[in-house]
Every structure is written in C-alpha cells, then in structure tokens.
Design a protein around this ligand. Structure first.
Ligand code: 4AZ
Length: 430
C-alpha cells in the first residue's frame, strides 16, 4: 500500500473529507456484504455365582458384573523410537513379534527362549523386550490442546491459509489477532446494515480500545465490534469473525472535542467476551517496545482525498516512531504553522513518502515490538495527520502508553464484577 487511511473522518475530519465521499462509501457498504484410534475378548460365559463374591448375592449387581466380564488386551509400551513395542520376552522371536502363537506353549512350559535378547532393554518391565512391531510405526496423537491467550503474538505466516501474491502490504489472515473493526448499525430500506466507522484493538477479551473522536457521539447500542476480520468484502476466511455488541462506551474525561483531539481515548465494553483463538487475541499493554519496529494496520484509504479508496483486505505499514520535539518541528512546517503546540497525549510515526495511515484508519492500532519476546505492544492509535504519505510529515497518533493508567483504571472498573477477573490481569506482563 502506498498509504493506509484513517476514518476519523466520520466525526472529526468531516471538513477534510468530502461528504460525497462518505456517501459513496456508505452506498458501497450498503450494497455489498459490508464491507466486510484388539481385540476385545468378550467373555460372555456366565461365571459361577460363588466366584463373584458379594456381587453374586445381589441380583442386580450380579447381572451387571456377568454381562461386563471381559478381558482387556494388554497395552504395550512403545520403544526404539516408536519402531518397536515392549512385549513379554516369549512373544518376541528373531526380533519379530510372534503373531501365530507358534511355540508359545513350549516356551511357557520352559522351552526355547534362547533367540530372544532379554537385554537391558528400554522396556519398563525386565521381563519385557523391545520387539519390532508388526504394525506400521505410530506416534501417539496428542489430544487437541485448548488455545492459550498470548497477547501481542503476530502470526507472520497467517494461519491455515497463506495467501500468495499479495501486494501493497496486505496482511495475512490472523496476522494481527488484536485488530478490530468498529461498525455502526444503520437501517437501510428497512434492513439493518453495518457500516465501518473505525479501527480498534482488543486489550482484554471484553474490552476494545479505540479513539474517542470515532465513537464519542454514538450510543453503545448503535455499535457492533467485529473481531477476527480480515477481508471485509468476502467470506472465505478459514475461521469466522466474531461480532459483539457494546454495553458501554467510556470516553477519556479530558478528551478535547473542540477539534484538537487531545486525549483521544475510548474504551468499548463488549456485551460478551471474545472467544480467544489464533485469529482473535489481545495486544499487549504496558511492556517496553522498540521505536524502530512498529507498524500500523487498517482498512483505511490508500490516498488522502476523493481518489483514495478504502481497503478490503487489512493492510499493514511499517514505520518508525518519532520523538516528540522532532515531530512538533515537522508539523510546524505544515499548514499548522510555526506556533503549533503538539499536545503530550500524541505520539508521531511515519514521515516516509507513501508509507502512512490515512482517512479510514482512525482508531487503528500502531504497535511496536518487544525485541526480547517478539511480542507487540500498542504504542498508539491513528488520530489525525496533515494529508497522507508526505515525506517529512509524520502521522499523529493517540499515545497509548501516555493513557495507560487511565485505561487500566477504567477497564478495571468495567471488569470488577466479572467472575475470575483480577486487577493483576494488567500487572502481569503476559
Ligand atoms: C484522517 O483523515 C487522517 N496520515 C488520519 C491519519 C492521517 C491523515 C488523515 C495521517 O482521518
């Protein structure tokens, strides 16, 4: 992609993006999908009642015991790297298991047992030997293990499918499991449709982080949060997305609605927790990260303005973080003018020609890697910019570490009555 775009459009930058553009997007979204493994010797012979002890005196139990009397065949341990099995020494002749019973009676009565090596075998019983199995080698199949959440885990190769021939920085399916689409429900000709409004990130199974400018004027009941989404226009993904309603929107108390967008932070409390899986999981918060290993993901426009088009497949752009002073200086060279003061709640990233977020990417996560663990932590959220993809002009992001204490405090308030939840969820650097 040349650029990623940002959707702050809907709320804030309405002036920057023509209304017709938004209407065209709505028409496009409305007309389409929305965007987006022996034998069991059953011995049915009746046993003598005396042989059954007490069971024989109890009619009901007796019947039960008799009917289920059978011998299980013996399980043999595997050995020689699954090529052999541990069998009683008399069952192994010339390193092959005796399968036709020949000679076994003789051996039992003290016959030949000479060509059997009862060596210090790797078998659990000293009476057993490792013998080549008559069956093809097998390995034990481990039972499927339940998914364990692991924040900030990027699936570089995607999961279950790898789409080849992608251009323009398209991400693989499930590459960024925390990436969330925030949708607004609207009635179109009597039918409810979902319209994309912003990006977001899953920070807890029940909480999505996004920008206030995107959801500040909407009611919780108007929103749908879509997790595990990838190609917004088609449904061929190997694992389905998960839609959730929103029970509460929490906006940062110092959010500046006046246009400057300070403290552009909002939390969405989901009506039921996400089912965590390889394609739906959280991003890490509160861990250190490297300023030169960052990327932003989103479904926003590829160019600023009317010619720009929204993306079907989630895109990714790698970009560096800028330090505060250098960013303010760069922004002062733009139409913002020489007296522009960059608020401390922002962080800048990008500034390389053609590599940027853009309209439609609002709220989308800027993440940076912890080089020791490889995990990704959230560094920012797409907030605003002066155009898109201009060399020397970075994009401006809501600074997530800046708001960490507020995020944890509010998330804790929302989750307080959740069974199994403790505040240590946020303290543990998981
Ligand atoms: C926007 O209009 C927007 N290049 C978002 C980010 C950037 C520019 C514009 C950064 O929502």
């Amino acid at each position: 992609m040349k650029t990623l775009a940002v959707v702050k459009v809907v709320m804030v930058a309405a002036a920057m993006v023509a209304v017709g553009d938004a209407a065209a997007r709505n028409r496009r979204q409305a007309s389409g999908c929305f965007w987006w493994a022996g034998e069991c010797k059953e011995d049915n012979k009746e046993q003598e009642p005396q042989a059954q002890g007490d069971a024989g005196q109890n009619a009901t139990e007796g019947i039960s015991v008799r009917q289920h009397q059978h011998q299980e065949y013996q399980e043999y341990a595997s050995c020689d790297n699954y090529r052999g099995v541990c069998v009683p020494y008399y069952l192994c002749r010339d390193n092959s298991i005796v399968t036709d019973g020949a000679g076994i009676i003789d051996i039992r009565i003290g016959g030949q047992k000479d060509n059997v090596t009862r060596s210090s075998s790797e078998c659990p019983s000293y009476l057993d030997v490792c013998c080549t199995s008559p069956l093809p080698p097998t390995t034990t199949t481990a039972p499927p293990t339940p998914y364990r959440s692991n924040c900030g885990t990027r699936n570089y190769q995607g999961i279950d499918v790898r789409i080849q021939g992608f251009k323009d920085n398209q991400g693989q399916f499930a590459e960024f499991p925390w990436m969330t689409a925030i949708l607004k429900k609207e009635l179109v000709d009597g039918t409810q449709k979902n319209f994309y409004v912003c990006g977001g990130s899953l920070i807890h199974p029940s909480i999505v982080l996004t920008v206030a400018h995107c959801v500040g004027k909407l009611g919780a009941s108007q929103l749908t949060v879509r997790l595990g989404e990838w190609d917004t226009q088609r449904n061929y993904e190997p694992h389905p997305y998960q839609d959730r309603g929103v029970n509460a929107i929490v906006i940062h108390p110092d959010y500046n609605q006046g246009g400057a967008l300070y403290n552009d932070f909002a939390l969405l409390y989901l009506d039921s927790p996400a089912e965590l899986s390889y394609h739906v999981d959280t991003v890490c918060l509160g861990i250190p990260f490297d300023y030169n290993h960052c990327l932003v993901t989103g479904w926003g426009k590829d160019k600023f303005g009317k010619e720009g088009v929204y993306q079907n497949v989630l895109k990714k752009v790698d970009l560096p973080l800028w330090d505060y002073g250098r960013c303010q200086d760069a922004l002062r060279t733009t139409r913002l003018g020489r007296y522009f003061n960059l608020h401390q709640s922002f962080v800048c990233a990008g500034g390389e020609a053609g590599k940027d977020s853009c309209s439609g990417d609002g709220g989308s996560p800027l993440v940076c890697q912890n080089l020791e663990t490889g995990k990704y932590a959230q560094a920012g959220m797409v907030a605003w910019g002066i155009g898109c993809g201009t060399a020397g002009v970075p994009g401006v992001y809501a600074d997530v570490p800046y708001a960490y204490d507020w995020i944890v405090q509010e998330a804790d308030n929302l989750l307080r009555n959740t069974p199994g939840y403790t505040r240590s969820y946020w303290e543990v650097k998981h």
